[in-house]
Design a protein around this ligand. Sequence first.
Ligand code: OAD
Length: 248
Amino acid sequence: MTIPARLVEVLRSAKAVAVLTGAGISAESGVPTFRDAQTGLWAKYQPTELATPEAFRRDPQLVWDWYDWRRKTIAKVRPNAGHLALTRMERQLTTQGAQFTLITQNVDSLHQLAATHNVVELHGNLYRVKCFAEDRPIEFWEAGEVTPPRCPECGGPLRPAVVWFGEALPSDAFNHALQAAAQCEVFFSIGTSSIVEPAASLPRLALEYEAVVVEINPEETPLTASAAYILRGRAGEILPELVKEVWG
Ligand code: OAD
């Protein structure tokens, strides 16, 4: 793939870059995306039917077990070339005195494992848990005989500390993301279907503030029509090429 020369130039002199990632950046590590058909045990469920407070209220064990399965899947995978290229992008931009903010909708910690520093987790993290009834973060917990495990304070069920459909995003993370989107000169939207709000509003905000919006995705999304550059393909192939083209 040829990286557009104008984009290369803009990145070399950029003072602020924001990146939004979705499940597609982790696909090449072997993490199934949300729009992929689920396999095996979970094939008969839609993630959108499991990732809600109502689903947890109805069947806490089912929802807990699904997250447990996702945690186990993710524990076996490694960051891929796409995650690593973003770490290098952060290093290069920081060296040239620019701000770099990586906003992710993923809960898999792969950006942190790849050693990217400035990661904003919009949808929480699969490895953290909180009390379902009281929203209290719980630092230490163990998988025991009872699933879900119980809150040491109130005895109620614990839930993963991720954002479910119908829930608000953590306000600190979202405010940080809004600020990065409004202030950047280049905004990358990578491996996301661009349909889940409010994350999908971030590139639109960047556009309002006249950022150059770049989409990296093998498929078209609702953002495609407004992106300045569309790099069609896999993040694990395009990102290393892009970083090499810009910074050598
Ligand atoms: P989706 O599963 O909706 O979309 C994944 C996107 O990645 C699609 O647009 C694919 O075309 C693209 N893709 C697949 N392989 C790729 C690759 N190798 N390189 C680049 N792109 C690739 O995932 P998200 O957009 O992340 O929310 O979903 C957003 C949110 O909806 C998730 O965070 C989750 C979900 O339901 C909550 O759980 C709150």
